[in-house]
Every structure is written in structure tokens, then in C-alpha cells.
Design a protein around this ligand. Structure first.
Ligand code: SPD
Length: 280
């Protein structure tokens, strides 16, 4: 097979490779390098600064898991804020719910423009009238905005390196909490526990200092380092058991991964994680 190997280099000791059959897009913004290329098994892949962000074939694991637990656990989610998420997969899943308004704050317009052109199977909801996309700094927005508050805040960011580092700081989580209405739910991607255990644990600690309910959950994302991923749901009032089962059932007509059993099972705590968190 022809094409050059494209490697994600994880902390200079582990490489994950895909053969890039063809390049669809390659560009650089003031923030980062953005590339979209074709692979045999994963379809089109979006990479930012040489880290795999998403692929056509496995994106549903990540996007469904970031979005649906939080929205089904909220009593009646109408206003949703998405920070990041420039490929459009997260807002696509949010818009499956009976929401009135989704505001997406993405710092890098290039990610959105490249994804709109080259990842049309992921971003299928760009034209939904309930969606407003703003190109702005997410941390500035959550810390300073006077906009009406939200029922749900979702963080769909990159790894804690480069411009994404700030998205793992406590002041950013404080801003996210500030943007929530009473009864609101915050959900974020919280990295691989297997390779990034300290980042995962520190994230749980920071969230516990701010929210009464903090619940990590787990699932596969084959294209990410280790393939094992985590997300975390945080709220002052809502917990995984509050999920509206009838809304999960309705989603099952569309979802590929998320369903009633996954909602229950994903929050089960692996023993090594339970032990680390018990020590906090
Ligand atoms: N290791 C990569 C983590 C990236 C998380 N965000 C991906 C964006 C998909 N919408």
C-alpha cells in the first residue's frame, strides 16, 4: 500500500501510526497546525499539531459519550454551551436533543472551515438554526461573558499541551461553573487514565473542589493514545442515576455506541481508578 506513515508522538516515548493515503487539507493558523488526511481503516482523520483529534470511523464513541450522559441527566436542557469542538461532531450530537440554543465557542476558525469542507460526514448539523458558532477564546468567554447562562456546558478540547493547556486549569473550570444555571451540568473529556493518570486524577481533584457531584466515566476511542478514554460529568445537583431513560431510548434510534446499558456501565469505576480517587 502506498502513502506515508503519519505518527502521533505521545510524550516522546510512544508512537501511534496511521498510513496516510492522501492529504485532503494541510494548513497552519495562528494557533496550530491543522491536517486532514485519508486512511484505509479510519476514513478521514483530523490531526491538530500532529495529535489525532477525530476520524470518520471512530468519532461516534467520543462525541456521543461527551454529549449524551450530561444531556440525559439534566432535567430539561434547553441552552447548551460547547467550548471547542471545531470538527462539528459534538454540536451534531447536542442538536439531537430538544434544545433551543447551542452556542459553540471555538478559538480557531481554521479548524471549523477545514472540517466543514473536508469532514462533511462528521459535521452534519452546521446549518441548524439553533446553532451559533463564534470564533473566540473559550477561557475569556467563560470567565467574562454576561450572556444568559446555560443548562449544559461541554468542553471538547485538545490535550493539555500548547493552546489546550489552559483548558485543564481550575480557573477555566470555575468559569464553566459560572456559566451554568442552577441544575446545570458540565461535561468534559478528561484524557486517558492509562497513559495520563496524573492529569486525570488532578482533573478530578480540581472539579471536586468546585462541584458537589463529580463522576468520571470510561469508554473506547480507538484512535486516541491507549484507546482507553475518559470523560467527566460534574454538577451541583445532577448525577448519573438521574438520567431520563425515555430520552436515552429515543436517542438509541440514532446513536452507534451510547445506549441505556452503556450509560450504566460507563460510570463503573475500574479498581485502580477507584483506589487513586479514594486517596484524594
Ligand atoms: N488525544 C486527543 C484528545 C482530543 C480530544 N478532543 C477531540 C476533538 C473531537 N471533537
Amino acid at each position: 500500500m502506498s502513502g506515508l506513515w503519519y505518527d502521533e508522538n505521545f510524550q516522546d516515548d510512544t508512537r501511534l501510526g496511521l498510513r496516510a493515503i492522501r492529504t485532503h487539507f494541510s494548513g497552519r493558523s495562528e494557533y496550530q497546525k491543522v491536517e486532514i488526511f485519508e486512511t484505509k481503516r479510519f476514513g478521514r482523520v483530523l490531526a491538530i499539531d500532529e495529535i489525532f483529534m477525530t476520524s470518520e470511523r471512530d468519532e461516534y464513541f467520543y462525541h456521543e459519550m461527551l454529549v449524551h450522559p450530561a444531556l440525559t441527566c439534566h432535567a430539561d436542557p434547553k441552552r447548551v454551551l460547547v467550548i471547542g469542538g471545531g470538527d462539528g461532531g459534538t454540536v451534531r450530537e447536542v442538536l439531537r436533543h430538544n434544545v433551543d440554543k447551542v452556542v459553540m465557542i471555538e478559538i480557531d476558525e481554521l479548524v471549523v472551515r477545514a472540517s466543514q469542507e473536508h469532514l462533511p460526514t462528521i459535521g452534519t448539523a452546521w446549518d441548524d438554526p439553533r446553532l451559533e458558532v463564534r470564533f473566540d477564546d473559550g477561557i475569556k468567554y467563560v470567565c467574562e461573558s454576561d450572556d444568559e447562562k446555560y443548562d449544559i456546558v461541554l468542553l471538547d478540547g485538545t490535550d493539555p499541551v500548547g493552546p489546550g493547556e489552559v483548558l485543564f486549569e481550575k480557573r477555566f473550570y470555575e468559569g464553566c461553573k459560572r456559566m451554568l444555571k442552577p441544575g446545570g451540568v458540565f461535561a468534559l473529556q478528561s484524557e486517558t487514565v492509562f497513559l495520563f493518570e496524573d492529569v486525570f486524577v488532578e482533573t478530578q481533584q480540581k472539579l471536586r473542589e468546585l462541584f458537589a457531584q463529580v463522576h468520571p466515566y470510561f469508554g473506547p476511542v480507538p484512535i486516541y493514545a491507549s484507546g482507553q478514554w475518559s470523560w467527566t460529568m460534574a454538577s451541583d445537583s445532577r448525577a448519573p442515576a438521574d438520567a431520563d431513560v425515555s430520552r436515552i431510548e429515543a436517542l438509541e434510534a440514532h446513536t452507534k455506541y451510547y445506549c441505556r446499558d452503556i450509560h450504566k456501565g460507563a460510570f463503573a469505576m475500574p479498581n485502580h481508578v477507584r483506589k487513586r480517587l479514594a486517596a484524594l
